[in-house]
Design a protein around this ligand. Structure first.
Ligand code: PHE
Length: 342
């Protein structure tokens, strides 16, 4: 038996496979069900008991050696195949999937571009804000019901240090801009904002805004109106009309909400504009003198205007998207439709 094992071992050691067919024949000859090694295992019952331990080890080793031989040839055949593959120049090229920019990014970039053409620079602020920047400096007195207009996600509630929260609007960046810069200030602030609202086709707890701020000597409501008319025409087309309705924000006085003539039906009345011909797109107003003073700007010398709009809303109107949730689901069938948009 020992001699037989030694001979088979020699045969295995000296074997060289030139092709995968030869390797398969080798496998059948030695490791197949009726192969040489299997025969030896079948004979094992005839081995004398005192030799069994030694022969058992030799047999198992033999089986492993044969398997290793097969594996090493298999690997080398595989790497030859892999090396050869790139040389086949007739193969069609792999298809490269083209990504698409998210529609909200497309619109944010367009809003930035429109305002930069009339001299607005871009600035950003933190998404986690303190009470001062999100509320107090913006003329929301403590316990004032206006704070309830925006359901806040609080991170830390503290009477002595002040509350820390996720910002509920980008107006917080106005404050930072005025605190850190001397007028004239002309800037827009794009960013993510957070409100504790139930998710539906028309509302989400995370959304995006662009805030605008212009502070200088003699800035008037007429300047605000002209600036917003320019924006509406650039964004929704030359024939777009605007209308301003009186409104209330603690940080602007007077305050207004701006509607544009419905870009979907051209003002004739449809589902989007609820058959009124007008859709609301932003809030705006003259910066309240209290806010200027809170930020270290002399309200006798300077005036200014501010406005804030939701990027989701603008995007829905521009592309006729009816459900806000689509922006957050990342369904490629939706996103792919924006391929090529900048
Ligand atoms: N911050 C307001 C909002 O989130 C929008 C706004 C900005 C209104 C600037 C007036 C001036 O609803």
């Amino acid at each position: 038996m020992k001699e037989l094992i030694a001979n088979i071992n020699k045969d295995i050691q000296s074997f060289v496979a030139k092709s995968s067919e030869e390797l398969e024949q080798f496998r059948i000859l030695f490791l197949g069900k009726k192969g040489k090694i299997q025969d030896l295992f079948a004979d094992f019952k005839n081995v004398a008991p005192e030799e069994r331990k030694e022969i058992g080890i030799l047999l198992n080793d033999l089986k492993n050696i044969a398997q290793q031989k097969i594996d090493s040839f298999k690997d080398s055949f595989q790497s030859v195949i892999e090396k050869k593959a790139p040389a086949d120049l007739s193969k069609p090229a792999d298809f490269i999937e083209l990504g698409a920019r998210h529609p909200l990014s497309v619109m944010r970039n367009e809003i930035i571009s429109i305002f930069s053409r009339i001299g607005f620079v871009v600035s950003e602020g933190p998404e986690i804000e303190d009470d001062w920047h999100n509320f107090s400096a913006l003329n929301f007195p403590p316990e004032h019901p206006a704070r309830d207009m925006q359901d806040t996600f609080f991170i830390e509630k503290s009477a002595e240090k002040g509350d820390i929260a996720l910002r509920t609007h980008t107006s917080s960046v106005q404050v930072r801009m005025m605190e850190n810069n001397k007028p004239p200030v002309r800037a827009i602030f794009p960013g993510r904002v957070f409100r504790n609202e139930a998710i539906s086709a028309r509302a989400h707890c995370i959304f995006h805004q662009v805030e605008g701020l212009y502070i200088d000597k003699n800035v008037s409501f007429a300047d605000l109106k002209q600036c917003l008319l320019y924006f509406a025409k650039e964004m929704f087309g030359e024939n777009t009309k605007i209308r301003l309705r009186p409104s209330y924000f603690p940080f602007t006085e007077p305050s207004a909400e701006m509607d544009i003539s419905c870009s979907i039906c051209g003002g004739e009345g449809c589902n989007i504009c609820k058959h009124t011909g007008w859709v609301e797109i932003l809030g705006c107003g003259m910066v309240d003198p209290n806010v200027l003073e809170n930020c270290g700007i002399d309200s006798k010398e300077y005036t200014g205007f501010a406005f804030g709009m939701g990027i989701e809303r603008i995007t829905m109107l521009r592309y006729g998207i009816k459900d806000l949730r689509l922006f957050f689901e990342n369904d490629v069938r939706f996103l792919k439709q924006f391929e090529g948009a900048l």
